[in-house]
Design a protein around this ligand. Sequence first.
Ligand SMILES: *[C@@H]1O[C@H](CO)[C@@H](O)[C@H](O)[C@H]1NC(C)=O
Ligand SMILES: *[C@@H]1O[C@H](CO)[C@@H](O)[C@H](O)[C@H]1NC(C)=O
Ligand SMILES: *[C@@H]1O[C@H](CO)[C@@H](O)[C@H](O)[C@H]1NC(C)=O
Length: 284
Amino acid sequence: MLSMTMMGPRTLSVLISTLLIASAHSSKKLNLNIIPSNGEIYLGEAKYFMCKASQEADLKWMNDDGEVESDPGRYELKKVDETLIGLNITLSSIEPDQVITCKAETDSGEESEEKIRLSIIQKPKIISDFGKKQEFNAGASVKLPCLTEGIPKPKISWMHNGESLSQDPGRVSVGGDGSLQIGKIQLSDAGPYSCRASIDNRNERDQKTMTVIVNAAPVIHLQNDRLNASSKSNTSLTCSVTGNPAPQVNWRRYQLRGRVSDHSMHIQEPESQIILCTVARKSM
Ligand SMILES: *[C@@H]1O[C@H](CO)[C@@H](O)[C@H](O)[C@H]1NC(C)=O
Ligand SMILES: *[C@@H]1O[C@H](CO)[C@@H](O)[C@H](O)[C@H]1NC(C)=O
Ligand SMILES: *[C@@H]1O[C@H](CO)[C@@H](O)[C@H](O)[C@H]1NC(C)=O
């Protein structure tokens, strides 16, 4: 037997590499790879799977019913060469997950198989008709539907005025079907509402926006019904009015039995505010 000590370092390394190459050849195993490895298929869209073998083999695809054959509109089988077989799959209706298997057998009888689970997915989509705007009378109970499709079921979120909507139990809530329910709608509920349907782990979303208009009768909020006016400064009376459409505000002045002198009272009337300029008291 050859002793290691009798060989120089160079001889040794040549021997080792020769051994490595030899072992790589003899243990070349039949390996299968399905590409892509993600079996999710969008409903109604084709997805092409390749099964690649590490060496020449007899390749086929199998499902529960046996060997997969071309089936126009569903399976399109593509035998590329002795190491590659393709399957173009289109699933056009919702069906349970299924497993397909790629099987390989070499001339020397070596066998291998690789499985992939196919599951249908669908992008989130809002199917409710949103229109541009919806009008309601104050006090009404309102339901804004947001029906969606998508697999798995999309998550629904609502926004009001561009901010995520805060639910107010008993008055503002999102129903199980995704609809937004507002009890006794009020002026502050008006504005744009967006419904967003999202499937976060695939980073997919759909969004629709509508404007809600609330019609409300005018309501006057007087800050003070009694006011001391000074002859040195201007006094302003503010009348805040809410209502939709915006109410028109008019001021009306009653004569206080001549106690306010006309010549020294100047009234400026910018909409909801009246400014009394330099009020004077008539000497009695
Ligand atoms: C798979 O099928 C679709 C629809 O028939 C086709 O558009 C697409 O080119 C096919 N892909 C491959 C790789 O054959
Ligand atoms: C107006 O002035 C009188 C006398 O100074 C005072 O008693 C009264 O409380 C004042 N009223 C208001 C609304 O400020
Ligand atoms: C009162 O209002 C008028 C008009 O806005 C202004 O010209 C004037 O300077 C004001 N007077 C005082 C005392 O603030």
